[in-house]
Design a protein around this ligand. Structure first.
Ligand code: ZN
Ligand code: ZN
Length: 350
């Protein structure tokens, strides 16, 4: 086996190069994955376009990517699962397993977490857009044959959506609005439908994204800039939405969310804002007893996500817009930056 591999390395803003890097060496408890498919996430796009994602600024060149499937290539001594040859999806967040949050079942808040392809650490942690990837055995979830490499690489963003649903409490029978028709918004709408929401609506100013929302199963898609928007909400829900998932990270969307959620309703924040602070109608929280909760990455939802996709209860295939070979990673990132006409762009690393 070659000692070097190709990887998509971000050197600076809009400077993505396919570099030769050493294949990582096995360490105790770890497995070497031959990466097969990688999805480009909104965070990869932000790092590529702006050199930062929310409050995480890039401080050194690093390999992008965290939505990956692959085949287990080698395992260190003492690792019994997964086995060599097993196809897996990788949980890109490596939790320490022993801090107070890990021990209390909230590993997504782990004090020592390391996230693949993320500038949340300094220096940044290298990601999965590389031919080989070293991860903890516990980060690998076996893929059943019904889930191919492309669908498998959709499981990470789908896990984000499923975790957001858990943060909202029960979804069954509820009227749900998702603000923002990007990949996470669409996946949240799909997940809400699968979990029994009676009404699922999506808002987005872009007509193309609204069309996509309806195509993947939303009951309606509304233009939040339309003068009759609030009348449309009333016609659809009567008194407003029970649950609202803010998946755009756009300040006007969150402000509007407070106006269309019903009394006693819940707002879940999933979208990441570029601005560190924005103005909000906070007294609404009090007088209408709203709940405003954050949702960060994913808790223990991976196996459920795999079951939902494998069973056919949710179909994520329509969200995969284009697949590029690794060597064209820069073109793939450039296309992923487009706001319309494309949902999920993936890299084929085989
Ligand atoms: Zn992602
Ligand atoms: Zn921990």
């Amino acid at each position: 086996m070659s000692k070097t591999m190709l990887a998509a390395v971000l050197h600076g803003i809009k400077d993505l190069r396919v570099d030769e890097r050493p294949v990582p060496e096995l360490e105790p408890g770890q497995v070497l994955v031959r990466v097969r498919r990688g999805g480009i996430c909104g965070s990869d796009v932000h790092y590529f376009q702006e050199g930062r994602f929310g409050s995480f600024a890039v401080t050194a060149p690093f390999v992008l990517g965290h939505e990956v499937t692959g085949e287990v290539w080698a395992v260190s001594d003492g690792v019994s699962q997964p086995a060599v040859g097993q196809r897996v999806v990788v949980n890109p967040a490596r939790q320490c397993g022993h801090c107070d949050y890990c021990r209390s079942g909230r590993g997504n808040l782990c004090r020592n977490v390391r996230m693949l392809g993320s500038a949340s650490t300094k220096p940044p942690t290298h990601g999965g857009f590389s031919e080989y990837l070293l991860v903890g055995a516990e980060q690998c979830f076996p893929l059943p044959p019904q889930i191919d490499d492309g669908l498998g690489a959709m499981l990470e963003p789908f896990a984000v959506a499923l975790h957001a649903l858990k943060r909202a409490g029960s979804v069954a029978g509820k009227q749900v609005l998702v603000t923002g028709g990007g990949p996470i918004g669409l996946l949240t709408a799909i997940a809400a439908r699968a979990c029994g929401a009676t009404t699922v609506a999506v808002t987005d100013p872009e007509a193309e994204r609204r069309r996509m929302a309806v195509q993947v199963g939303a009951d309606s898609a509304l233009d939040p800039t339309d003068a009759s928007f609030k009348d449309q909400v009333t016609a659809l829900t009567g008194d407003g939405f029970d649950l609202l998932f803010e998946a755009s990270g756009a300040p006007p969307a969150l402000k509007q969310a407070f106006e269309v959620v019903r009394r006693g309703g819940t707002l879940v924040q999933i979208g990441v804002f570029s601005a560190p602070e924005i103005a909000l109608p906070v007294n609404q929280l009090l007088v209408r007893e709203l709940q405003f909760v954050g949702s960060f990455r994913y808790g223990n939802v991976w196996e459920e996500a795999i079951r939902l996709v494998a069973s056919g209860r949710v179909n994520l295939q329509p969200l995969i817009s284009r697949v590029f070979p690794l060597r064209q990673a820069a073109d793939a990132l450039a296309l992923a930056c487009a706001k319309t006409g494309v949902v999920k762009v993936q890299l084929d690393l085989l």
